[in-house]
Structures are given as C-alpha cells and as structure tokens.
Ligand binder design. Structure first.
Ligand SMILES: [Zn+2]
Length: 286
C-alpha cells in the first residue's frame, strides 16, 4: 500500500522535489522485475534494500540523487557547479539533440553530480556519475566538474569519494573528451600530493577513458559486486585476439583476485564501510 501512497506524498526535502528520473520511477511502481534472476521484487522492498535484489543480490543502477541519499548524512549535501551543461564544441551532428534528450530524460544537466557532505559525521567531497545521462560518458564538462571538485577538496583539505559508472569518453567531443583524462588525473595528483585521501567505488559498468584515468587512480578502490570494469569491453577483446575469455573476465570479483581492486562492498554496507575508512584516515588537527 505504501508504494501507492508514495505517489501522493509531498516531497520531504529539495532532493525529493526534483523531477522523477527513470530509476526513481522504479520506486513509483508496485513491483519490478530483476534483470538477473527475473523474479518480481516489491518496489518498497527494493528501495529499503538500497536497490539490491533480495533474491540474487543484483545491484540495480542508481541515479546520483539516490546515491547521495543513501551514502550521505541527511541534509548534509551541498551541490556545486550544478548548472554546468555540455556544449557541442565540435558541432558534432546530432549531439545537440542527444544533450537535450539526456537532460529531459535524467532531470540533470550533466553526467556527474558533485558537492560536499558528511558520512557519519565525516566531511567529504563527493562526485557521483549518472548512468542515465549518455551512459555517464565523459565530455569536457564532466571532466571540468570532477577537476573542480578535486581542486576544492585540495583547498579545503577534504577527502574525495567518487562513484563511477561510464561508457568512457564522450565520442561527440572527440579529442576534447580525451583531454579530460589528463586534466582530471592532474587534479587527482595535486590532491594526492597534499596527502589527502581519495576513495573510489566502481559501479557497473565503468569503462574506457574513465577507467583509464580517475576511476583507477584512487588510494582505495572499491567495487560493487559483479560490476564490469574495463578499458575495452570483452567483445572487442575477443574479436581482436580471437580467443575466448575466461568466465567472469573484467568483473569485480575477477579484478579483486588479480589485485586491481581492493575490496568488493555490497551497497547495503557501503556507508558503514566508507565511514570506517574515513575514520581511519582522519586528519588530526595540527
Ligand atoms: Zn534478482
């Protein structure tokens, strides 16, 4: 019943008052079919279990607002650069229409949401990429927002927490999108040079230029269960080397075994886990 009631409830805060996005609409229906085990999952149960299927532990995709609600202390989020939007700098055919449809489909102006907040009382700078905005692809504004966030964190002495999901560099911005790999990496390095902590959570899928830059440059790299983390995807590799890849190739569990990620953390215990990392690395006042 509460699933039906929710449609008519007044938003409790500014975030809830945002236009509904595709992922949030999942919560507005009574049940949803799990893409992995195909079982029907009650929407209220799914919302309560942080978007994790109670039968098979499949982690449903989340939009940045849902992530922020799950991970940060209530009311602590202060968004920065929220009005930055992509520009069709190369006048790439069809890109303007794609931008427009991404904005109306996601209710966001770019593929990443950035800001500051608290996790169990620990201050943090946070960026969350958006699978609903051109598959979290990295154009010049995504790179700019992430760079600015690291610069702010460096200035304020804050740790950075990032959630990545991305199809890679945004091809409609050509070389300018590839440049973002170097730009963001420079900002990560300057943050690191100040002895500040960067924790990244790789979510499904994190690929291409994002994997090859800031996603894999964190001090502590976490991943969600079964997340695909790759530079080139498995199909491209198979076609290139003409060999069958091993089962589970490029999945989080495979990468943990090979030492590419430090831990796999179920979404339901991420807040506690990350709070404990922040507590261990807390900077004492000098
Ligand atoms: Zn399932």
């Amino acid at each position: 019943m509460s699933g039906r009631m929710r449609k008519f409830r007044r938003p409790r805060n500014v975030l809830e008052g945002q236009p509904a996005t595709q992922a949030e609409e999942i919560v507005e229906t009574l049940s949803v079919s799990c893409p992995k085990c195909k079982k029907s999952v009650d929407s209220d149960d799914l919302a309560e279990s942080f978007g994790v299927c109670p039968y098979c532990r499949h982690h449903f995709k989340l939009n940045p607002r849902q992530r922020v609600r799950q991970i940060l202390d209530e009311g602590s989020f202060l968004e920065i650069d929220k009005d930055l939007s992509p520009k069709n700098i190369l006048t790439f055919p069809g890109y303007d229409a794609k931008i427009e449809s991404a904005i109306s489909g996601s209710g966001e102006k770019e593929g990443v949401v950035c800001g500051t907040g608290k996790i169990s009382g620990f201050p943090v700078a946070i960026f969350v990429m958006n699978p609903q905005f051109m598959m979290g692809s990295m154009g010049s504004m995504v790179g700019e927002k992430i760079t600015r966030l690291f610069e702010l964190a460096t200035k304020e002495g804050l740790p950075v927490l990032g959630f990545t999901v991305s199809g890679g560099a945004r091809m409609q911005e050509g070389i300018v999108s590839l440049m973002q790999m170097a730009k963001t990496s420079g900002a990560v390095k300057r943050h690191s040079d100040e002895g500040l902590l960067y924790v990244c959570v790789l979510t499904d899928p994190t690929t291409g230029g994002v994997t090859a830059s800031f996603a894999m440059e964190a001090d502590i790299i976490l991943a969600e269960p079964y997340a695909l983390v790759a530079f080139a995807g498995p199909r491209v590799i198979e076609q290139t080397i003409r060999k069958k890849l091993p089962a589970g190739f490029q999945r989080a569990e495979f990468l943990l075994e090979k030492g590419f990620v430090d831990d796999i953390v179920d979404r339901r215990r991420q807040k506690k886990h990350i709070a404990s990392i922040l507590s261990l690395h807390k900077r004492e006042a000098v």
